[in-house]
Design a protein around this ligand. Structure first.
Ligand code: SAM
Length: 306
């Protein structure tokens, strides 16, 4: 059965029309709530009602959701351990004209959830895949963080082992965009401690806990105060977390670290070269930070080489 969709954007229409004309089923990627059931969309309910099969990360969880909305639902499990093996079978269902809905335990499937292998394989094979959008913890958390969101870096879950985790945090220490991490109650304390080591106690963070649920809580501060806050009360450690880290900002003290010899060198170079090139060359010669030298060179230029 193909689900009627009167709001299909033009770009999708051709592949939808192809699917309908050839009686090939469509895979719907259906977002479900991250806590508050009131956040489900009307389209999600309609799609789940009409789907011939619903692929669920955990059928018991999804059964509860379906029961709440009075949906019968023909459920099949699709999780990280069987996803690759099930692709052939799902193609058979679609070839038989069945419509399939994919849901995860919470939020948008494929966002730190199963479904990537299936969607990648079906997309390459030319099947129609349609989103039924809704909630995702990352966007929900960013919307209330008060951190820049014009650019951000979604880091998902950190590696479980401390060596991998610390290596990744070290690599992210100078990230110039807001970073977003997912974390569970089991690792939230060690993760915050590791972040304080890698990013420094003063880095600003926002921790969003239990979003859209009864005990929703948001902490804003630096990593030092977050460490104090999280251990102060065991209830602060419960539930699900999105941890957002402010972008790295170069410390202005770098400017003071520039020696007189380096400054003299910069003065000579900016007389002969564009500022960017002069800063880059001075950084190569002295081993000092290019950004700091660039800013100093700009200041010198503005001062008219005084
Ligand atoms: N697919 C989901 C989405 O779209 O956000 C994410 C699934 S991932 C397996 C689960 C993680 O998402 C949790 O460990 C937590 O980091 C975050 N998360 C999910 N629901 C949340 C909530 N209500 N409040 C805070 N974080 C949440």
């Amino acid at each position: 059965m193909t689900i009627k969709n009167t709001e299909v954007p033009q770009k999708q229409t051709n592949s939808l029309v192809n699917s309908i004309e050839n009686n090939i089923g469509i895979l719907y990627i259906v977002a479900t709530p991250i806590g508050n059931l009131g956040d489900i969309t009307q389209r999600a309910i309609e799609t789940l009602k009409q789907a011939d099969k619903i692929l669920a990360e955990d059928t018991r969880n999804t059964r509860k959701l379906l029961t709440h909305f009075g949906i019968q639902g023909n459920l099949q499990a699709l999780h990280e351990h069987n996803e690759q093996q099930k692709i052939g079978l799902i193609k058979d269902y679609l070839d038989a004209g069945e419509s399939i809905a994919l849901v995860s335990d919470a939020g948008t499937p494929l966002i730190s959830d199963p479904g990537y292998h299936l969607v990648n394989n079906l997309a390459n094979a030319g099947y129609t895949i349609t989103p039924i959008p809704g909630v995702s913890a990352i966007i929900t958390a960013l919307s209330i963080a008060g951190l820049p969101t014009n650019r951000f870096s979604f880091e998902g879950f950190l590696p479980a082992k401390s060596t991998g985790r610390d290596k990744m945090l070290q690599a992210n220490a100078k990230e110039a965009r807001t970073q977003v991490y997912y974390e569970s109650c089991h690792r939230i304390i060690p993760t915050i401690q590791a972040m304080a080591k890698a990013f420094g106690d003063n880095r600003s963070v926002v921790l969003a806990r239990e979003l859209t649920k009864m005990y929703e809580q948001v902490f804003r501060g630096d990593l030092k105060s977050l460490q104090e806050w999280i251990v102060a009360d065991p209830t602060h450690q419960k539930g699900e977390f999105v941890l957002m880290v402010a972008a790295y900002e170069e410390d202005d003290t770098n400017l003071e670290e520039i020696t007189t010899t380096t400054e003299d060198l910069l003065k000579i170079l900016i007389e002969e070269l564009p500022i960017k090139q002069a800063a880059s060359l001075a950084a190569n010669i002295t081993g000092q930070k290019k950004n700091a030298l660039y800013r100093r060179a700009m200041a010198l230029k503005e001062d008219g080489l005084r």
